[in-house]
Write a protein that binds this ligand. Structure first.
Ligand SMILES: Nc1ncnc2c1ncn2[C@@H]1O[C@H](COP(=O)(O)OP(=O)(O)OP(=O)(O)O)[C@@H](O)[C@H]1O
Ligand SMILES: [Mg+2]
Length: 309
């Protein structure tokens, strides 16, 4: 690894806490100018990994290269060129948006920074510039914490679950901010447990579970790799998926909490068989929907579990 297009290269990262293998051999390479997502459930090891990349935690094993520099040897030089948003950020509650950004500028005296006005515009907080941070909404606070990660005009921006807890509209607004950063030539590495976010926002994703990357690639590539079929979904109180795998056209079926997902390579034939079962009273087809596969289906197939928000 270490090709010049890769701005983040991690090789064999491990971090153990007693018996907990928080990170258990993670290797990844992030390319210049992309939005790279680490997708995984609570406790998968996302924060531990991102913090080892940032230089905030020391790995038990493995190496990290950022912009061709090594952690921890070049930590000071790296810190100047990256922006960090932590999963929880303490904002000064009584200071206004402008005051907080100005304060952060003083931390980088003598180094190039982005003007407060530009940052405010970039994260779309013009109307709130004089508002105290404690009076901002959840989404506005998140956007302010992204702005704080950008004060030193970093080449790489690390965002740890930037949209967790936001409503769909605020989440989309933050996606626009992140896309705008990519438009300015930044590289973004973010963590998320929202499948839709990984699918819509990220150029490439690594699916993380139990401290390991179980699959990675562009979302559309991953979906294609695992599903050439169409998903037919419905509620059937009867449970198990076995009865469905034998129906015509069905490649694979899964059932969880009465929600059955049947992956069909021949939707008309599978539908005909499903309708026949319902007519004869063998099965139910409540809340029927037919859709293309998503990253959620990939996660379910790989882990046997649903990744719920
Ligand atoms: N300082 C620590 N001491 C002990 N255990 C830790 C420590 N930090 C993390 N862990 C454990 O390591 C595992 C991975 O934690 P981590 O915070 O990296 O997960 P995550 O993917 O970021 O989860 P979340 O989505 O909830 O933020 C968890 O089991 C956690 O309890
Ligand atoms: Mg975390």
């Amino acid at each position: 690894m270490g090709s010049e297009a890769n701005v983040i290269v991690a090789d064999g990262l491990r971090k153990y806490y007693g018996k907990t293998h928080a990170v258990d051999g993670i290797s990844l390479a992030v390319r210049h100018g992309e939005i790279f997502g680490m997708l995984g459930p609570n406790g998968a090891g996302k924060s531990t990994t991102i913090e080892m990349l940032e230089g905030l935690r020391t790995p038990d094993a493995g190496s990290v290269e950022i912009l061709g520099l090594r952690q921890p040897r070049d930590a000071t030089a790296i810190k100047r060129r990256i922006g960090i948003q932590l999963q929880t950020t303490a904002l000064y509650p009584r200071l206004s948006v402008t005051e907080i950004l100005d304060l952060f500028h003083t931390f980088y005296r003598g180094h190039p920074t982005l003007p407060t006005d530009d940052l405010i515009r970039l994260v779309d907080l013009d109307e709130k510039r004089e508002t105290r941070s404690k009076q901002l909404s959840g989404g506005q606070k998140q956007r302010l914490s992204v702005a704080l990660a950008l004060v030193n005009d970093p080449e790489i921006v690390f965002l740890d679950e930037p949209t967790t807890g936001l409503d769909p509209q605020a989440r989309r607004q933050l996606w626009d901010v992140i896309r705008a950063l990519r438009g300015r030539g930044k590289t973004i590495l973010l963590t998320t447990h929202y499948l839709e976010e990984a699918e819509q926002l990220c150029d490439r994703v690594a699916i993380v579970d139990h401290g390991k990357i179980i699959e990675q690639g562009a979302p559309s590539e991953l979906i294609q790799r695992y599903f050439q079929e169409i998903a037919i979904q419905f509620q059937d109180g009867h449970g198990g998926s076995d009865a469905y795998t034998r129906l015509p056209g069905v490649a694979h079926a899964a059932a969880e909490d009465g929600l059955v997902t049947v992956y069909s390579a021949d939707v008309p034939r599978t539908m005909a068989a499903l309708l026949e079962r319902e007519t004869s009273g063998e099965g139910k087809l409540r809340d029927l929907s037919v859709r293309s596969a998503t990253l959620e289906d990939v996660f379910l197939k790989l882990t046997g579990r649903a990744l719920r928000d």
